[in-house]
Design a protein around this ligand. Structure first.
Ligand code: ADP
Length: 308
């Protein structure tokens, strides 16, 4: 096999209380990438979308991942990729992670699965570093592995897959720009002990709730007392969306990644759709364009959809 087509899902990182350590994969939106093995050591990138992302390998996260794989294996191998992006860059739903994860999984597949899943995650993290300046894995891990991932540690890499019920996810992407650097800069570098205690209680509660299918516990634990109060000021309508979504039956939710997207988890499809309507009403009133998704947690992660 010399060509492979992969479907690379969007992801929600910074899962409320799980800033930098918990993320989940979505069914929609998802990018498609077609990757071909070359017998010369170069990377060629084509874009089949309207986002005008760089095609220089060093400036595109997929290119950076291929280059890091090539550096590891040596020889004359190269990669040609066509990227069809459906996850808007800068949306907060893991656009760069989808390309990085897709590149790493496709390259490994074409090379005969010579790398472990931790190594595939490491290659993909090289790409994420280009997009955000730091090597983090809370989008990459769920994108590759599917489901919900806990990044217990980056050095050394320690990723734990957390089983969960089949939760529905409603996402609204307001068409405004929140720069990741701004979202990082406004964070306080110190936390109060009482806030830390509340936060780690919530993280433990959330993980336990997922594992025990305990919806009430999940709902109670979807609370962030450290990051959200600071970051949410960058997202117009955030507090109103959150309050009204919960009134409509959502278990809870918060900022997706570093924003501007907001996500909510629900027990069933009809609640997830009611939550979508509530989100739309708030943004219609504010007068900001948006895109919404009603989807589910994707338990597969990056998927090989064709090979030839
Ligand atoms: P998101 O918030 O949706 O996760 P990111 O902020 O992680 O998006 O990534 C977007 C940034 O990464 C943009 O500056 C974009 O130009 C850059 N980038 C480079 N290559 C890619 C790629 N293949 N896919 C998405 N973004 C890319």
């Amino acid at each position: 096999m010399s060509t492979v087509k992969v479907k690379c899902p969007g992801t929600v990182a910074n899962l409320v209380c799980g800033f930098d350590i918990l993320g989940l994969a979505l069914h929609e939106p998802a990018d498609i990438m077609e990757v071909k093995l070359l017998d010369e050591p170069r990377v060629i990138i084509h874009n089949r979308d309207a986002y005008n992302l760089p095609t220089e390998p060093e400036k595109n996260v997929a290119g950076v991942v291929f280059l890091s794989v090539m550096e590891r294996i040596g020889g004359h191998t190269g990669f040609e990729v066509t990227i069809e992006k459906h996850i808007k860059p800068g949306s907060g739903i893991g656009s760069s992670a989808a390309s990085a994860a897709g590149a790493a999984v496709a390259a490994n597949h074409l090379l005969g699965n010579i790398f472990t899943s931790d190594e595939v995650v490491q290659f993909a993290m090289n790409g994420e570093k280009l997009a955000s300046g730091v090597k983090h894995a809370d989008n990459i891990a769920p994108c590759i592995l599917g489901g919900i991932s806990l990044i217990r540690s980056i050095h050394p890499l320690d990723i734990v897959s957390i089983p969960s019920p089949d939760l529905y996810v409603t996402v609204i992407h307001p068409q405004i720009e929140v720069r990741t650097s701004d979202a990082r800069q406004i964070l306080k570098q110190q936390v109060l002990l009482k806030d830390a205690i509340r936060q780690w209680g919530n993280i433990a509660g959330l993980v336990t709730g997922f594992m025990k299918n305990d919806y009430d516990l999940i709902g109670r634990s979807l609370e962030d007392v450290i990051i959200e109060p600071v970051r949410s000021i960058l997202i117009p309508g955030f507090d109103e969306v959150k309050r009204k979504c919960k009134e409509a039956g959502a278990l809870g939710g918060g900022i997706s990644g570093s924003g501007p997207s907001i996500f909510m988890l629900s027990k069933d499809d009809s609640t997830a759709k009611a939550v979508e309507s509530v989100m739309q009403e708030v943004y219609n009133k504010i007068g900001i364009d948006y895109h919404t998704y009603v989807t589910m947690i994707n338990k597969k992660g990056v998927e090989i959809v064709a090979g030839y």
